[in-house]
Design a protein around this ligand. Structure first.
Ligand code: AMP
Ligand code: MG
Length: 494
């Protein structure tokens, strides 16, 4: 596979949008993992291992690729940085998916670019493995996300807090355009470029909007909807992105830029893993409102395209942004009802159901109950009290904390028409057995970085291919960390 049928369009936007850059070669690339399933869904023929390692380390540029580093800006922890850009990543090219949709292929860790500032343009192996595991797990969990196509080691060391083996991950996304890409041009008052970018995004990611009366209003609405639904899914799985800067928010509504992200074990609204998020700006419970904050930054970049009159444009933007709250709340409630087995739903019971669900989460937070296991056991319970109730009760610091909620939940189940088994099947389809628990991700990284042993990574990856099905002999992947296994901090330093 030295030729990939690329069909590059971003290049046509012009040189204001990127800097053409070749990856820097590495000493001894070796393939860790290639995603055959994704490759064949993209119509890529499976390469031999050596070809794979050469291409996905950046040593060989496949025919048809026009590699470039994309320019973007971004609000980082609330402060605006007018120039970020791909400092350690390169857009290799764009492909047309057999379904007709366009996808972009990106190398991360492939060397310095025009946008590297003081960075080395490289990635350490650990973050490459973390991104591979988490992004593929998110996909299998049903969450829109960039995918991992390949991971390689470079045979070189990178200097971080200590010397670490280097790696490169190849990611595939519907788009690598970010809110920060729009901000880059708006900050320079280059609204021709904002319009060009918006047209590109509409063409490639929202083609259904091409013919509508004001495609830019529709684009804002579509991105608002996609982000609202995406963040609702994060919340339902206990996922914490960790760095919801506007440069890490995809215009296509996918989870993007896996850095210090992690899943919650013991439930806590204020949970933060990222070592650099000292004020908890991107804590679990803040994610929905940060989504709104980020989308407001996006709307600001589009104002001149929304209407000729600036007051009218602001009014339009405000109205569209307001729908975020409703869309988010609707998506959140729908998903949480499904998780709790509240399937006979009507608008009339929406408020009561929300109170019941919030009560569950509050009880979980007070009892430090494991997020994933609580829903796992809940989706195995019957409408009548039984011995199995004990499984869930003992997840709580004080088991009696859960009794009240059980009573209320079972009262609510009286409205349901499905029998236990039917309800359980539906609940189990939305409540995972396995998530990439942070201590297990860390164990996979430690084995690989410290001992060159990728078996822990491979086993964990395999379990996560089927997150909703109990797999024999793999109980330990369900377990929360023992006190000495807890990994409470994650780092960005790719
Ligand atoms: P991120 O942590 O992905 O949100 O990255 C923020 C910015 O820092 C982006 O412009 C990255 O390209 C840049 N960056 C992060 N790590 C490196 C690195 N090792 N070398 C060069 N640039 C980097
Ligand atoms: Mg980023």
């Amino acid at each position: 596979m030295t030729s990939i049928p690329f069909n590059n369009r971003y290049v046509n936007l012009g040189e204001a949008f990127y800097v053409r850059t070749h990856p820097e070669t590495v000493a001894a690339p070796a393939l860790i993992k290639f995603n055959d399933e994704l490759a064949s869904s993209l119509g890529l023929s499976v390469a031999n291992v050596e070809d794979c390692a050469s291409i996905f380390s950046g040593n060989v540029i496949p025919e048809g690729a026009e590699p470039l580093a994309m320019a973007y800006a971004g609000h980082q922890f609330g402060g605006f940085n007018p120039q970020l850009g791909d400092g350690r990543a390169i857009l290799l090219g764009e492909l047309v998916h057999p379904s007709g949709a366009s996808v972009s292929v990106h190398l991360k860790g492939s060397g310095q670019t025009h946008f590297s500032r003081n960075g080395d343009g490289r990635a350490a192996l650990g973050p490459v493995l973390r991104e591979y595991l988490l992004s593929e797990a998110m996909h299998k969990l049903g969450v829109p996300t960039t995918r991992a196509l390949a991971a390689v080691t470079t045979g070189e060391q990178v200097a971080r807090e200590r010397m670490l083996p280097g790696g490169v991950i190849t990611r595939v996304a519907k788009s690598f355009v970010r809110i920060g890409t729009f901000e880059y041009f708006a900050a320079r008052d280059n609204y021709d470029a904002v319009k060009q970018l918006a047209d590109y995004v509409i063409e490639h990611n929202y083609p259904q909007l091409r013919e509508v009366e004001n495609p830019y209003q529709a684009l804002l609405q579509a991105v608002v909807d996609a982000q609202a639904k995406l963040i609702a899914q994060w919340m339902q799985l206990g996922f914490i992105h960790g760095v919801m800067n506007t440069d890490n928010m995809s215009i296509a509504g996918e989870t993007i830029d896996y850095g210090p992200c992690a899943f919650i074990d013991a439930f806590d609204y204020n949970k933060v893993f990222s070592s650099i998020d000292q004020n908890g700006r991107y804590a679990y419970g803040n994610q929905p409102s940060i989504g709104m904050w980020n989308l407001t930054r996006f709307a600001e970049t589009l104002l001149p395209l929304l209407a000729k009159d600036s007051d009218a444009a602001i009014e339009i933007a405000k109205n569209i942004l307001e729908t975020y709250i409703e869309t988010y709340q609707r998506a959140w409630l729908d998903g949480m009802r499904a998780k709790c087995g509240l399937l006979a739903v009507s608008d009339k019971t929406a408020h009561k159901d929300k109170v019941l669900i919030d009560d569950l989460l509050d009880t979980m937070a007070a009892g430090r109950a494991d997020f994933t296991l609580t829903f796992f056991y809940l989706s195995r319970l019957s409408a009548q009290p039984s011995e199995a109730d004990e499984d869930i009760r003992k997840l709580f610091a004080r088991p009696a904390q859960f009794n009240q909620w059980f009573i209320k939940w079972r009262e609510r189940l009286n409205n349901e028409s499905l029998n236990d088994e039917q309800r359980q099947v539906k609940m189990q389809a939305v409540n995972p057995v396995y998530i990439p628990r942070n201590h297990q991700v860390e164990a996979a990284i430690r084995a690989a970085e410290d001992h060159g042993d990728f078996s822990v990574f491979r086993d964990l990856h395999e379990v996560l291919q089927n997150p909703y099905e109990v797999q024999k002999g793999r109980n330990h992947y369900m377990s929360p960390p023992k006190p000495h296994e807890v990994v409470s901090k994650t780092f960005c330093g790719t």
